[in-house]
Design a binder for this molecule. Structure first.
Ligand SMILES: Cc1cc2nc3c(=O)[nH]c(=O)nc-3n(C[C@H](O)[C@H](O)[C@H](O)COP(=O)(O)O)c2cc1C
Length: 258
């Protein structure tokens, strides 16, 4: 069985994993399963695979690491000799240690990781940083990567090239370890459609739209609000956005490790 597994609040990681998965499916023509770990309920389950299985896994990069809320669920996954392809999707700043961490984690959980890739997606905090990525070029790169990765998966050979990143991994930034102030709602624009509640991966938005104090700052409620009624306020976020827009505009390209 082929499984595409991802966490993807603003859907860029989903696009990359789906593109790789499509190429795999065309070659394997087997039963396919999608595990979208974005909703909280899906992250509460445990997942087990077997030697015949192939898993394409992707997660966004949060402060150079795997998003911390994914660690408990990933540490429960049983690879049991399944083969895996792992990807990190980052917002054109850097992927730092996230891909290496993902490779290590999947290896520890009993997978043979045959290929790893770092791809670029529009930054959660600015449309001016990698805006609309992954684009056609990125999806082509994902397809080419998948073609090479498939051969590695078929022969069961683990990644041979050195994956970029350091051990020990960089410390988690305090901003991704503790809850953030949720994006504010402009009452004049909000029509109470509930989209923000639907897309929030941590269920931090209550029915009266108040914040339950669990926000991870993923930006899903900001990006998917059909009325643009939600925005991060606060000087820290303005400063971060400005810094990203000043320093991370130059196009970075996917990096592949097989
Ligand atoms: C809390 C947080 C931390 C992030 N840290 C990084 C980072 O260290 N480097 C980077 O290039 N992008 C960073 N990003 C941007 C995301 O990795 C990027 O936008 C990714 O495409 C989002 O994936 P998604 O669309 O699947 O949610 C961060 C985003 C968030 C929300």
């Amino acid at each position: 069985m082929l499984t595409m597994m991802y966490f993807s609040p603003t859907r860029t990681t989903k696009k990359i994993v789906s593109a790789i998965g499509k190429t795999f499916f065309e070659k394997m023509l087997c039963k396919t399963n999608i595990v979208d770990l974005t909703p909280l309920a899906v992250r509460m389950r445990t997942y087990s695979f077997c030697e015949e299985d192939v898993v394409i896994f992707g997660a966004p990069v949060y402060a150079g690491r795997i998003p911390p809320l994914l660690l408990p669920v990933l540490r429960q996954v049983n690879g049991n000799g399944a083969r895996a392809v792992v990807v990190s999707v980052y917002g054109n700043r850097a992927f730092d240690d996230a891909l290496l961490e993902t490779f290590d984690l999947f290896t520890e959980q009993g997978f043979t990781v045959c290929a790893a890739g770092a791809f670029i997606g529009e930054h959660s905090y600015s449309k001016a940083v990698a805006g609309n990525r992954p684009d056609v070029e990125d999806l082509l790169a994902a397809d080419l990567f998948a073609t090479v990765a498939y051969e590695k998966v078929k022969s069961g050979t683990p990644v041979r090239s050195l994956i970029e990143g350091n051990r020990p991994y960089k410390e988690y930034a305090p901003s991704v370890l503790s809850a953030r102030k949720a994006p504010v709602v402009d009452a004049a624009l909000c029509v109470h459609c509930g989209k923000c509640i639907e897309v929030c991966p941590v269920c931090t938005i209550a029915a009266d739209l108040s914040d339950r104090g669990q926000c991870i700052g993923c930006a899903a409620c900001v990006k998917f609000c059909p009325r643009q009624a939600r925005a991060f306020d606060g000087e820290d976020m303005q400063r971060l956005r400005m810094r990203l827009e000043e320093t991370c505009r130059e196009r970075k390209n996917p990096k592949l490790f097989v």
